[in-house]
Ligand binder design. Structure first.
Ligand SMILES: Nc1ncnc2c1ncn2[C@@H]1O[C@H](COP(=O)(O)OP(=O)(O)OP(=O)(O)O)[C@@H](O)[C@H]1O
Length: 472
């Protein structure tokens, strides 16, 4: 059976079943393509997937992923389907990661012993940095999984706008408090901002950045980091349990000195107490020097990355982003959703306010690069002023045409009617719609919405990331 909108067929070769016996401290690594499924069952022993324990006998279905199942005690796995590749490895950094978790746990215990209002009641605030594909998100999942298994309630922040999105669609930064078990198949699981889930819902705070890299719109990115920092800090102050547990932040990819300023900015906004550098000796050394005399003190730790972490080709990453957006609207193999087709009138009396993210750096490295700017219009005029300052620009209705089709628009929390560039530039996200068709003559567009009824009269924000895609 094919799933609507997902183009997923059930395992093309469901007869190819095999088992793998893993010795203690070994890892079963596998890769599944975007159009196939494999099912894995734990039949004996104990095992975990990036920090979350597998239940015995339960079928876990995987698609479009490169992943690994680790065992501390030895286990038997039964696999149904044909992975693109699979092997077992006895070389993993899991003991080092466990040691890091134990060190964090000691700090959490010390924080719990302090009076709630004392400064010492703040648990460890860890920032994970490293070059692309170093395994930052994976380590973030592992540490979150271990903290949850220990009965903790970690606050997880994803500042990686270029990735697949954590509890949301790509192009966003998000934060959520994790109090319940994570999803083995889905990693961080789902939320009303990503997809349905059988596991208790997490309600993330989401900002739509709309560009691939922080450098492309660094001023706005920093503003969003500040907004996120304020929200997360005040949430932690209100919730003693979360405050004692602390923060785990998955940073965007850093490569040595070029992002030094952004790194210091993030450290200051979230009052980071420790930075873990994955997979880059050079980045570790520059970071160590940069924070050697920081007040308050910031510990810098060097961590090995797993030999299983593979460079994902751009096409594979694109498939993963597409799959994340499809999942937001159509659900997944376990829980199919039927999004609604809704008409968005340009002349709606309630208000229609489309905005777009302004790219601060063009492909040539200079000037703005505005996707919907009418041909011939002077881009430099937009660089100053309130709009340039806030990294967003109001789109004239006359400029809306088929270039909008197949794009994701963020429905912001500011009302369409009185939205200014500052509100739009810094507003959190309510949800997303997908533009199916633009009818310029009838002055309306057809959008896919996850909820029935009219799209709320809120400001809509178009970005360049995730890039346009065909959903239906
Ligand atoms: N031990 C492992 N075995 C197999 N695959 C792994 C392992 N660890 C991580 N991976 C996979 O490697 C890929 C890259 O890892 P991850 O996303 O954690 O890196 P990252 O540093 O966060 O990447 P980004 O550049 O997006 O920030 C992911 O698909 C992840 O599932």
């Amino acid at each position: 059976m094919a799933l609507p909108g997902l183009d997923l067929t059930e395992s093309s070769n469901s007869t190819s079943a095999f088992t793998r016996e893993l010795k203690p401290h070994n890892e079963f690594r596998f890769e599944v393509g975007p159009t196939s499924l494999i099912t894995i069952r734990l039949t004996a022993g104990t095992a975990e997937l990036f920090g979350t324990e597998l239940s015995k006998g339960l079928p876990y279905v995987f698609t479009c992923c490169k992943s690994a199942i680790y065992t501390w005690t030895g286990c038997t796995l039964s696999i149904d389907g044909t992975p693109l590749s699979e092997y077992t490895s006895d070389e993993t950094p899991m003991s080092t990661y466990l040691n890091l978790h134990v060190a964090l746990e000691k700090l959490r215990v010390a924080a719990s012993d302090c009076p709630p209002t004392a400064d010492g009641a703040k648990g460890p605030r860890l920032l994970l940095i490293g070059p692309p594909d170093a395994g930052k998100t994976t380590l973030c999942k592992i540490l979150t999984g271990y903290a949850i298994r220990q009965g903790r309630k970690p606050m997880v922040v994803s500042l990686d706008c270029g990735g697949e999105g954590v509890l949301s669609v790509p192009g966003t930064i998000s934060a959520a408090s994790f109090g319940s078990v994570m999803d083995v198949e889905d990693g961080f699981g789902s939320s009303p901002m990503s997809a349905p889930s059988a596991i208790p819902v997490k309600l993330p705070l989401v900002y739509y950045y709309g560009l691939e890299a922080p450098e492309s719109g660094i001023r706005r990115y920093k503003k969003l980091v500040t907004r996120m920092g304020v929200a997360v800090n005040s949430r932690l102050e209100e919730d003693i349990e979360s405050n004692n547990t602390g923060l785990i932040i998955d940073a965007p990819s850093f490569d040595s000195q070029t992002n030094a300023d952004l790194l210091s900015y993030i450290v200051a906004e979230f009052s980071i107490t420790a930075i873990a550098v994955l997979g880059s000796e050079r980045l570790y050394n520059t970071t160590l020097k940069a924070f050697a005399s920081a007040v308050p003190a910031v510990s810098v730790i060097k961590l090995p990355n797993s030999t299983g972490v593979v460079d994902r080709e751009p096409s594979f990453k694109k498939s993963c982003r597409d799959a994340a957006v499809k999942k937001y609207f159509f659900g997944d193999a376990k829980c199919t959703l039927s999004p609604y087709t809704v008409s968005l009138e340009f002349d709606s009396p309630a208000g229609f306010a489309p905005w777009e993210v302004v790219d601060a750096v063009g492909a040539d490295g200079r000037g703005t690069n505005i996707s919907f700017l009418p041909i011939g219009e002077d881009e430099t005029a937009l660089r100053g002023g309130e709009e340039g300052e806030n990294g967003v620009r109001r789109i004239e209705v006359a400029d809306i045409d088929s270039r909008f089709e197949n794009m994701v628009l963020a429905v912001l929390q500011v009302d369409a009617k009185d939205a200014g560039a500052k509100d739009v530039g810094e507003s959190a996200v309510m949800g997303f719609v997908y533009v199916q068709e633009v009818d310029e003559k009838a002055r309306r567009m057809k959008v896919l919405s996850p909820v029935p009824g009219r799209v709320p009269a809120k400001a809509l924000l178009a970005g360049k990331w995730p890039e346009g895609m065909f959903l239906t």
